[in-house]
Ligand binder design. Structure first.
Ligand code: ADP
Ligand code: MG
Length: 237
């Protein structure tokens, strides 16, 4: 897997929200995005996933431009902060839904759901509806729904922010293991610096529509590229 974001630009009305954003990502890498609210992090993930269109620039996955493709054809799966599960469907149906639309054969759907449920330890939950589950269980279902797509790239938009502290810690460990069990790269937006520092191979700090710095967690912390990054990650002065 390789991902290239090339000079992405996005404007909503008169308001620029992404300005010349470029990034190269390699196989199985885990990248965390940090930045204040409104700095364009969710917009960037939505552009990669195909839920928004950039006004300029390219998204290239494994050498192929995907920015004009339908979201379902991109080999990318996004997990939202609010999980966005279908309330009237069981867990199994929630996980199968996107695959049915993609005309994956039923036997293959069943096999993928069984595998994802085992990874996430939700085998006993498959016939429940979201309302019958805890926040943490729902969060795993949302991840499961992404896993069954067998994407090359997972996009997580603040996936842990609705969880209590204990569950966050547990889920954090699970996310670290996820990459070893599924063969994919991960981009995660988080507002939790500790989470980014412990999970990510590299951190991207965003502010004011632009990438301020890309680097290993320790580099960001000990060698901030500018005063914004230094203040934001609380580096020693
Ligand atoms: P972040 O995820 O870093 O908090 P967002 O990508 O959600 O930032 O938002 C970046 C900016 O774009 C914000 O100023 C936000 O108000 C604006 N924005 C986001 N989505 C839309 C939209 N659909 N229409 C208009 N403005 C939007
Ligand atoms: Mg956001």
């Amino acid at each position: 897997m390789s991902l290239e974001l090339r000079n992405l630009r996005k404007v909503y009305g008169d308001t620029p929200v992404l300005d010349d954003v470029s990034l190269s990502m390699s196989d199985r890498e885990f990248i965390a995005f940090l930045g204040p609210s409104g700095s364009g992090k969710s917009t960037l993930l939505r552009i990669i996933a195909g839920l928004e269109t950039a006004d300029a620039g390219e998204v290239v996955l494994d050498g192929r431009r995907i920015d004009q493709l339908h979201p379902g054809a991109r080999d990318v799966a996004m997990v939202f902060q609010a999980y966005a599960l279908y309330p009237h469907m069981t867990v199994r149906e929630n996980m199968a839904f996107g695959l049915r639309n993609a005309r994956v054969p039923q036997a293959e759907i069943d096999a993928r759901i069984a595998q994802a449920a085992a990874v996430l330890e939700i085998e006993s939950q498959l016939d429940k509806k979201p309302a019958q589950m805890s926040g943490g269980q729902r969060q795993r279902v949302a991840i499961g729904r992404a896993i069954v797509k067998h994407p090359k790239l997972f996009l997580f938009d603040e996936p842990l922010s609705n969880l209590d502290a204990a569950l966050r810690t547990r889920t954090r460990v699970e996310l670290a293991q996820l990459r070893r069990r599924v063969d994919a790269a991960i981009i995660m937006v988080t507002h939790d610096q500790a989470e980014a520092m412990t999970l990510a191979d590299r951190i991207v700090v965003m502010n004011d529509r632009r990438i301020q710095q890309i680097g290993a967690p320790m580099d960001i912390y000990t060698r901030p590229a500018n005063s914004f990054v230094a203040r934001f990650v609380g580096s020693p002065a």
